[in-house]
Design a protein around this ligand. Sequence first.
Ligand code: GDP
Length: 296
Amino acid sequence: MFETLQDRLGGILDKLRGRGALSEADVSEAMREVRRALLEADVALEVVRTFVDKVKERAVGVEVVKSVTPGQMVVKIVHDTLVETLGSEADPISLAAAAPVPILMVGLQGSGKTTTTAKIARRLATREKRKVLMASLDTRRPAAMEQLATLGRQVEVEVLPIVAGQSAVQIANRAMQAARLGGYDVVMLDTAGRTTVDEALMAEVADVRRATNPHEVLLVADALTGQDAVNTARAFDTALGITGIVLTRVDGDGRGGAALSMRAVTGKPIKLLGTGEKVDALEDFSPQRLAGRILG
Ligand code: GDP
């Protein structure tokens, strides 16, 4: 078993018990462990650097009090800084716009985008009693359109019928029109994915964004891809301006570093977590819980 960060910091700092304020040298030694813990959790190097500097600045000069050990004090500072970096509060999907509210789902192929579209639709329909319409804009992959239709039946959410030969923008416009006519509250637009970020994909999604003016642009990213997920988030945010991130396959990622990195790099909130293949495996993101997991 790995030692927890708390144990490691304890080993370094607890000999300082009762010795006044934490000095720069004491804290520097401890920061090597913090840095190691974050890198082990797969946090991006650039994020680790900034984070460690911030923790160091806060820890140097802190008075060592009798009731807690110096190790515990630094762990608390690390924890609070993690929570702050992760956004402090849960940030749910916003539907505060005129109905039908368009939500654009973007991301690489295989990230879990279509499954997540259905998971969110199901949640809005069952928990919030919204009338939801889903549409697949993946004109190049008929299988993706079929997949959304199948998921729609499974979660009992309406899916826009497929019309051959339409462009992504045409399908999106048709979805919005059908939603207006049908009195829908929310339209979930599942855009095409590619295996890499490419210009053609970005241009197509940007066209859909302009045509529909979505209230949320949610990037779906696979937590297991670690550093790649961070680069993907940066690319999508730069090209499209995302409003939030849904991190999938969190069930297989014990480390949680991708979330911290993506949030720090894009400044956009993690809104939800995909925690399994089933349609109900969707959780609200909690900065507190993730901070606890990163600390181990
Ligand atoms: P897309 O190509 O981005 O639309 O990806 P899909 O929605 O087709 O998902 C690809 C695979 O990942 C499917 O087998 C999903 O069941 C699976 N998947 C999606 N989200 C999760 C998740 O949160 N956890 C796990 N374990 N599998 C997931």
